[in-house]
Design a protein around this ligand. Structure first.
Ligand code: ADP
Ligand code: MG
Length: 376
């Protein structure tokens, strides 16, 4: 069973406190700016419900939770055994009756019940007042259908958020979090590369003008590395090992110096554990195809962008957010392929939740980008 939910301070340690506190308010998004906020007040929270990671921002405090979107479930009775980092450590190591899985796939909810359980756990971690429900703004990818959007709202409401749950589109949140002036009558492009998807959006006057969502994200890179190890080295490796290789050795462009690393896995022929040494060049080749698909998504969106806005992007450049943006050399590759200036958001993994949090804090400025339950 899940450990009992203690006071919020006690649970902060479930995420890396250094990471959270150190990065808590990099953009001067401190609390206390409550003026003229007709909807939000009290303990309001903003949630970035990502395929790979879920982050929670509490108004007036900053980011208080940053955990993998993973739940370990006892398949016999459906009870969650662990959520977040603890559940992630179980991936690939579970006995028959435990299943560690991600409730989101390609940016949308794949398993509603498990998603609700995960959200409930995270909400309890940051909001332990039983007598009141927190108001919540939650991020959804811009390309989702009405049904998918409603599913996210319902999951949040079942999990303990006050109805109605408010929605903010992920690219808008990412753009705010990256410090872009979204309200300007000028186009800016944001590319959010998450675990399951790459969202490309052109934003002008506070709205999404053109967007493209590709179901290629960091996970595909991990999969490509797993396939490569099988094909080229006859070695089977787990998804977590593949991700570690990607982060340690992966690059989108050739590096001046090749580096090597050892990889442990299971030999496909003998079935025994084996150690293989691989190079940065091999990893780059392994992930070439999915990386090219990410570049294509950007090119397709540029192609669909009205000329005035394309000219703006040429001037202001493309901003990259999401964990996938941290792949070494990706900004350089995108620049080479599109000719546009490309920059990384100050903290790519936090951009979406920081943007949603800032929309809460400065409701008078950003309130119009938050959608309620009605027909907005
Ligand atoms: P989501 O929004 O889907 O939850 P995130 O924005 O949290 O996704 O990004 C998670 C993805 O970023 C994962 O696929 C992870 O492997 C990848 N990632 C994180 N750090 C790096 C890095 N340094 N280099 C390459 N990929 C990274
Ligand atoms: Mg994301």
């Amino acid at each position: 069973m899940l450990p009992p939910v203690g006071g919020r301070r006690g649970v902060r340690c479930t995420c890396n406190p250094e990471h959270v506190i150190e990065r808590k308010l990099p953009m001067g998004i401190s609390g206390a700016r409550t003026a003229r906020n007709p909807i939000f007040g009290g303990r309001d929270i903003a949630v970035d419900l990502g395929t790979a990671n879920t982050l929670v921002y509490v108004r007036g405090e900053g980011i208080v939770l940053d955990e993998p979107s993973v739940v370990a479930i006892n398949v016999i009775d459906g009870t969650p055994l662990a959520v977040g980092s603890e559940a992630r450590r179980m991936i690939g190591r579970t006995p028959g009756h435990i299943k560690a899985s991600r409730p989101l796939k390609d940016g949308v909810i794949a398993d509603f019940e498990v998603c609700e359980k995960m959200l409930r756990y995270f909400i309890q971690q940051v909001h332990n007042r039983r007598w009141s429900k927190p108001r919540m703004v939650i991020c959804v990818p811009s390309g989702v259908t009405g049904v998918e959007r409603r599913a996210v709202q319902e999951a949040a409401e079942y999990a303990g958020a006050r109805a109605p749950t408010y929605i903010i589109e992920e690219p808008i949140a990412a753009a705010i979090g990256a410090g872009l002036n979204i309200a300007a009558p000028s186009g800016s492009m944001i590319v959010d590369i998450g675990g399951g998807t790459t969202e490309v959006a052109v934003i002008s006057l506070g709205g999404v003008v053109a967007s493209q969502s590709s179901r290629i994200g960091g996970d595909e890179l991990d999969e490509a590395i797993g396939q490569f190890m099988k094909k080229e080295h006859g070695l089977s490796i787990g998804v977590r090992a593949a991700e570690e290789i990607k982060i340690a050795l992966g690059s989108a462009v050739p590096l001046t110096q090749d580096r090597m690393a050892e990889v442990r896995g299971r030999d496909l022929m003998t079935g025994l554990p084996r150690l293989v040494t691989i190079s940065t060049t091999e990893v780059r080749e392994a992930i070439e195809e999915p990386v090219a698909s990410i570049v294509d998504a950007v090119k397709v969106t540029l192609d669909r962008t009205p000329p005035e806005l394309a000219a703006d992007i040429m001037e202001h450049g493309i901003t990259l957010a999401g964990g996938g943006a941290l792949l070494v050399g990706l900004p350089e590759l995108l620049h080479a392929e599109t000719g546009m200036p490309v920059r990384l958001a100050p903290d790519p993994l936090l951009a979406v939740v920081l943007g949603a949090g800032r929309a809460l804090e400065e409701f008078d400025v950003f309130g119009s980008v938050i959608f309620g339950d009605g027909n907005q």
